[in-house]
Design a protein around this ligand. Structure first.
Ligand SMILES: Cc1cc2nc3c(=O)[nH]c(=O)nc-3n(C[C@H](O)[C@H](O)[C@H](O)COP(=O)(O)OP(=O)(O)OC[C@H]3O[C@@H](n4cnc5c(N)ncnc54)[C@H](O)[C@@H]3O)c2cc1C
Ligand code: SF4
Length: 338
């Protein structure tokens, strides 16, 4: 009989780990709280930097893990340690005994309404990056005008911001803004697109090319400066005041749509689960790795491993690499300890 490995969270991290564990001869059991696999990536449209399809990545992975056991709309209700094993009780009445658990519970998108100055949930034409991805995927959104003349993107919403309780850079949102700006220009070539940024953090392979492409081929305007004020005009448009710090002048633009680049923050729903498993929480509220250089996928408990955005902001390639590494670590842990 194949050895059970419980994976909590069925996003890209959990799915890729399941894929590798199947190939290593284990039976991965995914516990996913929503009604679908794929996590956040299932909600995105195209992916930076090469505009690959999120839906294709998720459906290819689903196909590869069809022999795994998947419990959708399920959560962990309780956990007991049985020596060097864990007895995991699910809220669907099923109990699983396992020697290893993978936490792949991911992140949450920062709640943009907490930054009241940007008017999310107040002004008619202010949306988030997550809302825009949903619209790219075909969801109706009345806040998005049919023929926009001008659209702005505000970087660092809820990231690098002590007042918002998150001093960390979210890592993916500069590149996501560029990706979304290009997708807008592909749909509406005549729309003026502005990105308001503090610094551009484009650290990955081909990300810099992507930025050059946005300016050279699509005419996206990058304005270095914090947005100081957002308001609404009498005809319901969004008025943005900023300081262009490169030319040292104040700037006022009227936009048909303002997109807030909400950052990746910890998934606070995970706290009760972390308490049940006695896992340490880091000072940025993500799950705390054994260390941040060599032990990123290891926890403070024997037999419990991490993969993906549950320990901090990650891109998809980083998430997938960690998931593969975690599968191998689980395999070695079982080989060496049982
Ligand atoms: C707007 C935006 C666009 C992005 N675009 C790109 C891109 O183009 N390219 C790129 O490389 N990266 C991109 N990223 C980053 C990418 O989304 C992450 O790298 C990826 O989602 C991390 O996957 P994950 O599986 O670790 O987490 P998640 O996607 O968050 O998945 C976690 C899963 O765990 C489940 N879960 C959570 N808690 C529990 C629980 N207690 N019990 C059961 N299930 C639970 C959740 O429901 C979810 O299904 C983007 C991020 C953002 C914010
Ligand atoms: S990736 Fe860019 S937008 Fe996101 S927090 Fe970092 S600097 Fe700000």
């Amino acid at each position: 009989m194949k050895e059970n490995i419980v994976i909590i969270g069925g996003g890209i991290a959990g799915m890729e780990a399941a894929n590798q564990l199947l190939q290593l001869g284990y039976l991965p059991i995914i516990v996913e709280q929503t009604d679908h696999l794929g996590g956040h990536v299932a909600q995105w449209h195209k992916l930076f930097p090469d505009m690959s399809s999120s839906q294709e990545i998720v459906s290819n992975l689903k196909e590869r893990i069809k022999d795994a056991h998947v419990h959708l709309e399920t959560k962990v209700k309780g956990i007991n340690s049985l020596g060097n094993r864990y007895n995991i009780m699910l809220n669907n009445g099923i109990n699983i005994v396992t020697k290893a658990v993978l936490m792949s519970t991911g992140f949450s998108l920062f709640d943009a309404s907490k930054k009241e100055e940007y008017g999310y949930g107040v002004y008619d034409h202010v949306i988030t990056n997550g809302d825009l991805e949903a619209w790219f995927n075909g969801k109706t959104d009345k806040r998005i005008p049919p023929q926009p003349k001008a659209i702005g993107f505000v970087h660092c919403v809820g990231s690098r911001d002590l007042k918002a309780g998150n001093s960390q850079c979210s890592k993916v949102c500069c590149t996501t803004a560029i990706k979304q700006a290009i997708e807008i220009k592909e749909r509406f070539p005549d729309t003026e697109v502005y990105c308001f940024y503090m610094d551009l953090r484009l650290f990955g392979k081909k990300y810099e090319d992507f930025y050059i492409q946005a300016q050279r081929d699509f005419g996206v305007h990058f304005i270095r400066g914090r947005v100081s004020e957002v308001g609404e005009t009498l005809d319901g448009l969004v008025q943005v005041k900023a300081e262009d710090t490169l030319v040292g002048k104040p700037l006022k633009v009227t936009l048909d749509l303002l997109v807030l680049m909400s950052g990746m923050v910890c998934n606070s729903q995970v706290t009760p689960l972390a308490e049940m498993l006695r896992l340490e929480i880091d000072d940025d509220d993500f799950l705390k790795s054994k260390d941040n250089v060599y032990g990123i996928i290891e926890s403070n408990r024997a037999g419990i491993f991490y993969a993906g955005a549950c320990t901090g902001t990650k891109t998809i390639p980083e998430t997938v690499s960690e998931a593969r590494a975690a599968a191998l670590c689980i395999h070695n842990y079982l080989k060496n300890n049982f």
